[in-house]
Design a binder for this molecule. Structure first.
Ligand code: AMP
Ligand code: ZN
Length: 467
C-alpha cells in the first residue's frame, strides 16, 4: 500500500511521493522561544516526529528543518520587560526546548535555523526586495513593508477562503491605516520605540522581519524552493502558512509545498489550555508531578493527529498502564529460555506499518500491537511460544519502537515509583509533610532516593548492597 496522507491544501487523503525519489524535504514550524513550550506545542512536535520516523521506517531519507522563532512581538516584549538583550533572553528557552525534545524522545531535526542568524536576515531582506520589485509588496510611509495580497491570485487557497471576504465590511484598524488592504500582512516592520535595541538595517530603514517571511526564508534557504511536506498545528494554517505560500511562490515562481499537514489542537480537561484557567502545563510541570517523558509521549501520540485530543490525567494514567503492559511483555519474551535461534521463527506481518501508511492511523497501529501482546501472552501462559518465535517478536517490537519510541530505558524509573512521586507531589502541595516523608521512605524501599530541589523532586538510584 502506498503512503497516504491528508493534504490541507486539497482537503483529501492523497498518495504521497516525494519529488526526488527516496528523499523527503520536510519543514516544521518550531517554537517561539519566549517561554517554555507547553504540551500543546509538543502534540505538534510529536506528530511531526511520528511522521518523520514512519517515513524513515519506509526507507525514505528525511531532510528536516525546524526553525526557532527568536525574534517577534513576544520575544521583544519579554526581553524588554526583563531589561535583557534579546539573545540573552531567548537563550535559556532554546536550551530548555532541546532538553524537552530529548525527554520526549523527539528525534532532532537536521537543521534548527534561528531567525536572527545573519544569513537568514539577509535572505529575508533579499526576498522582500524581490517582492517589491515584482510588484507584490510595497513600502508604507513609516518604513514597514507589506505584502499585497491582491497581487497573488491564489491567496486563500490553503485556508479555503475568498480574500474578497477580507475586504468587505472590515474596518481597518488605526495602526494599520497605511495598508492598501486590510488583509495585507507585514513583511518588514519599521522600528519603533517598543523595539528597544532590537533591529536590523534594511533598504527601507531600521526594522525587523515579520514572522511569516522568517519561515519562508529559512525553508527555501535550506531546503530549496520546492518542499515535499510542511507541517504545523492547525492555528498555523491562517495566516501563517497562507502567507508563506504567497511570499515563497511570488519570489520563486514554483509550487512551494506539495503536502500540507496540520494537527488539531490539544485541549486540556475539555477546554482550551490557558494560564488563567489553571490548566496550562509545560512538560516540566508534568515531570514535577511524577510523570515521565515516555508517558507524556504515549499520551500525546496515541490519538490520531487529525482528531481532537483531550489531555487528562486519566489519559496519562492509561498511558502508564499501556507502557507497563508493553514492558512486561517485552521482559517476558527476553526471559524466555533461549533455544536454537534459527528455529520456528514467526511471520509477524506488516499490519503495524500499514496502519501508519494510512494517514498515520495510530489507533489502528496501537491495536495491532496490543492484539499481538494479547495473543502471544496467552501462548506464553500455555508454554507453547517457542524461543524462535520470541526472537521474531523482539525483532518486531524493535521495529515498532523505531517509529513510536516507547522502549524502556535501561535503569529507567519504574512506573510504580512514578506513581509514588505523583502522590508525594500532591502531599507536598497540600503541606502534608508526614505523608510526604512516608512516601519518600516507600520510594527508598524500591531503590530510589528522592531529593527536593528548586526544580522539584529529583530521583537518583540508591547505592546498592553492603554499605
Ligand atoms: P508557537 O510557539 O506558538 O509558534 O507554536 C509552535 C507550534 O505549536 C506550532 O506548530 C503551533 O501550531 C503548535 N501549537 C500551538 N498550540 C497548540 C496546541 N494547543 N495543540 C497543538 N499544537 C499547538
Ligand atoms: Zn512557521
Amino acid at each position: 500500500m502506498p503512503l497516504r496522507f491528508f493534504n490541507t491544501l486539497t482537503r483529501q487523503v492523497e498518495d504521497f511521493m516525494p519529488r526526488e525519489a527516496g528523499k523527503v524535504r520536510l519543514y516544521t514550524c518550531g517554537p517561539t522561544v519566549y517561554n517554555f513550550a507547553h504540551i500543546g506545542n509538543f502534540r505538534a512536535y510529536i506528530f511531526e516526529d511520528l511522521l518523520q520516523r514512519h517515513l524513515e521506517y519506509r526507507g525514505l531519507k528525511v531532510d528536516r528543518v525546524m526553525n526557532l522563532t527568536d525574534v517577534d512581538d513576544k520575544t521583544i516584549r519579554g526581553c524588554r520587560a526583563c531589561g535583557m538583550a534579546l539573545a540573552d533572553f531567548t537563550a535559556p528557552f532554546k536550551k530548555a526546548f532541546f532538553e524537552d525534545l530529548d525527554t520526549l524522545r523527539i528525534k532532532r531535526a537536521d537543521h534548527f535555523p534561528e531567525a536572527t542568524a545573519p544569513e537568514h536576515i539577509t535572505r529575508m531582506i533579499g526576498m522582500i526586495s524581490t517582492l517589491i520589485e515584482k510588484g507584490h509588496a510595497y513600502r508604507a510611509e513609516d518604513g514597514s513593508v507589506y505584502f499585497r495580497i491582491r497581487s497573488f491570485a491564489d491567496y486563500g487557497k490553503l485556508a479555503h477562503f475568498n480574500p474578497e471576504e477580507l475586504r468587505d465590511g472590515v474596518r481597518v484598524r488605526n495602526d494599520e491605516y497605511e495598508k492598501e488592504n486590510v488583509g495585507d500582512f507585514a513583511l518588514w516592520k519599521a522600528w519603533d520605540e517598543a523595539d528597544g535595541d532590537v533591529g536590523w538595517e534594511s533598504p527601507w530603514g531600521r526594522g525587523r522581519p515579520g514572522w511569516h517571511i522568517e519561515c519562508s526564508a529559512m525553508a527555501t534557504g535550506i531546503l530549496g524552493p520546492e518542499l515535499d511536506i510542511h507541517c504545523g498545528g492547525e492555528d498555523n494554517i491562517f495566516p501563517h502558512h497562507e502567507a508563506e505560500i504567497a511570499q515563497s511562490e511570488c519570489v520563486t515562481g514554483k509550487k512551494f509545498v506539495r503536502l500540507w499537514m496540520h494537527c488539531r489542537h490539544l485541549q486540556v480537561e475539555g477546554s482550551k489550555m490557558a494560564k488563567s484557567a489553571g490548566n496550562f502545563f509545560t512538560l516540566r510541570d508534568l515531570m514535577e508531578k511524577g510523570w515521565s517523558g515516555r508517558e507524556v509521549r504515549y499520551a500525546l501520540i496515541s490519538v490520531k493527529y487529525r482528531e481532537p485530543l483531550n489531555f487528562t490525567f486519566e489519559g496519562l494514567a492509561a498511558a502508564r498502564s499501556a507502557l507497563q503492559r508493553l514492558d512486561e511483555w517485552t521482559t517476558r519474551l527476553q526471559e524466555l529460555p533461549k533455544g536454537a535461534s534459527g528455529e520456528n521463527l514467526m511471520e509477524t506481518g506488516d499490519a503495524f506499518g500499514e496502519a501508519l501508511d494510512d494517514d498515520l492511523n495510530i489507533s489502528a497501529a496501537l491495536a495491532v500491537i496490543f492484539d499481538m501482546i494479547r495473543t502471544t501472552n496467552r501462548r506464553m501462559d500455555e508454554g507453547t511460544l517457542t524461543p524462535g518465535e520470541a526472537i521474531s517478536l523482539l525483532k518486531w517490537v524493535k521495529g515498532v519502537n523505531a517509529v513510536l519510541g516507547f522502549e524502556a530505558e535501561a535503569g529507567a524509573v519504574p512506573a510504580v515509583v512514578g506513581e509514588l512521586l505523583a502522590r508525594r507531589a500532591e502531599a507536598r502541595a497540600a503541606k502534608e509533610w508526614k505523608l510526604s516523608d512516608t512516601i519518600r521512605d516507600e520510594i527508598l524501599a524500591t531503590g530510589w532516593i528522592v531529593k527536593d530541589t528548586k526544580e522539584g523532586q529529583k530521583l537518583t538510584p540508591a547505592p546498592r548492597g553492603g554499605a
